[in-house]
Structures are given as C-alpha cells and as structure tokens.
Design a protein around this ligand. Structure first.
Ligand code: C5P
Length: 220
C-alpha cells in the first residue's frame, strides 16, 4: 500500500495529541507533533535571551537551532542541538511565548520544511498534528481532520492534564493562544476546505480515536 498522510489540526485542548498518537500506533504509522517543534524553537529563543517581542530578532536567528523530532508514536522525542527538551518545552513560560515566536514567517518557513521532509520520508505513512497542516504544510494529505470542542471542554481537559491548575485561568490562556494562532498573517490556525470536522465535546477519547481510524481506513 502507498504511504498514507493524515493531517490533524485544531485548537488547543481538543485532544489532537492523544488522538494522533493513538491512531498512528494503531495503524503502524509514524507520528509528528508539530507543536513540539514550535515549542522547541521557542525554548531555544528563551534560553538564548532573544527578545520574544522583537520579530526581527527572532527572524535573524530562526535558522540556528537544530531541531530533531523522533516520529515513533510510542516514544515521540524532541531535541534541540542535541539536548532532549521534551520536558522544558511544556513549561508555562514556553507555552505563553510560543504563539509570538511561531507567528514569525522565517520560523514557519524553517519548521515547515522540516515537517515536509519528515512526512514524505515516512515509509508507511504518518499522522501529523498541528494548526496549519491541512492548509499549508501538507495540502495534498490523503485525509484532513479538524478537531474542535467547546472552550469549557478544552479548558477542563487541559486543567486535568496540568493537575490542580485553575480551570478559569487555563481557559483564559487557551482562548488567548487560539486567538493569536487564528489571527496571525502567516498560515493561521484554520480548517482546510476539504477537512472533516469532528466536534469532540461530547465524545470520549476512545470514541474520537475510533472515528479517525475509520476515516483513515476508508482512504487506504
Ligand atoms: O499543539 P501545541 O499546543 O503544543 O502547539 C503550541 C503552539 O505552537 C501553538 O499554540 C501555535 O502557536 C504553534 N503551532 C503552530 N503551528 C502548528 C503547530 C503549533 O503555529 N502547526
């Protein structure tokens, strides 16, 4: 069978990562978390004292860090210049700064190229999750899914993951990040015209996984 390319986009807290990893594992496909790549370059900018408010400063060094993503859904790894950053990219500091860094066109061009290289070299196919995969990175994907959920459901899921985090604060931070990601000029968060929209508000994770697996199988 020819490799199958699946794009899964949507705002934060819709279950993109859990769903994408599980679908890839179940179908023997590779997996790429593109948000982790944007977080990794943001971590590098913060660590190197680059002013996050200054897009010109960010653009000037966008090509410097070497970002390597492991694509095994059972063990998705991410490193910057040889350092494992899987933990540090999940801090609140990186989370609050990633939208500004990922809005810079030079950053997107650089990361998009990495994503296309990984997607086209996956032997059996790949599930790629992000914000602009169906619209910009892989417009010819075999299947495009756009996951949504109510703001309440997304905040509740995220606070559950963050153990003890305040639901209201989490909700505000999510809404702010999604608004920034949706309104930026270069490849904003958007549903591709040919994407299948799945509203996960009332669904359990196993139900979402089953739904996506069925859609992929129909394409194979
Ligand atoms: O998916 P995750 O929440 O880890 O993504 C972190 C951030 O990375 C997003 O809020 C967005 O700013 C950026 N991102 C992006 N394009 C993608 C994936 C993530 O701009 N394809």
């Amino acid at each position: 069978a020819k490799p199958v390319i699946v794009a899964i986009d949507g705002p934060s807290g819709t279950g993109k990562s859990s769903t994408s990893k599980a679908v890839a594992a179940q179908l023997g496909l590779s997996y790429l978390d593109t948000g982790a790549q944007y977080r990794a370059i943001t971590w590098w900018m913060v660590s190197n004292g680059i002013d996050i408010e200054d897009p010109t400063a960010i653009a000037a060094v966008a090509a410097k860090p070497e970002i390597i993503s492991g694509t095994d859904p059972a063990n998705p790894t991410i490193s910057v210049d040889g350092t494992d950053v899987a933990g540090p990219i999940r801090t609140q500091e990186v989370t609050s700064k990633v939208s500004a860094v990922s809005a810079v066109p030079e950053v997107r061009a650089r990361i998009t190229e990495l994503q296309r290289t990984l997607a086209t070299s996956a032997e059996y196919g790949i599930v790629v999750e992000g914000r602009d995969i169906g619209t910009t990175v892989l417009p010819d994907a075999d299947l495009k899914i756009f996951l949504t959920a109510s703001a309440e459901a997304r905040a509740a899921r995220r606070s559950g993951e963050l153990k003890g985090a305040d639901v209201n604060a989490t909700r505000e931070a999510l809404i702010k990040r999604d608004a920034a990601d949706s309104s930026r000029k270069t490849s904003p968060l958007a549903k591709a015209d040919d994407a299948v929209e799945v509203d996960t508000t009332a669904l359990t994770l196993p139900q979402v996984i089953e739904c996506v697996v069925t859609l992929v199988e129909e394409k194979r």
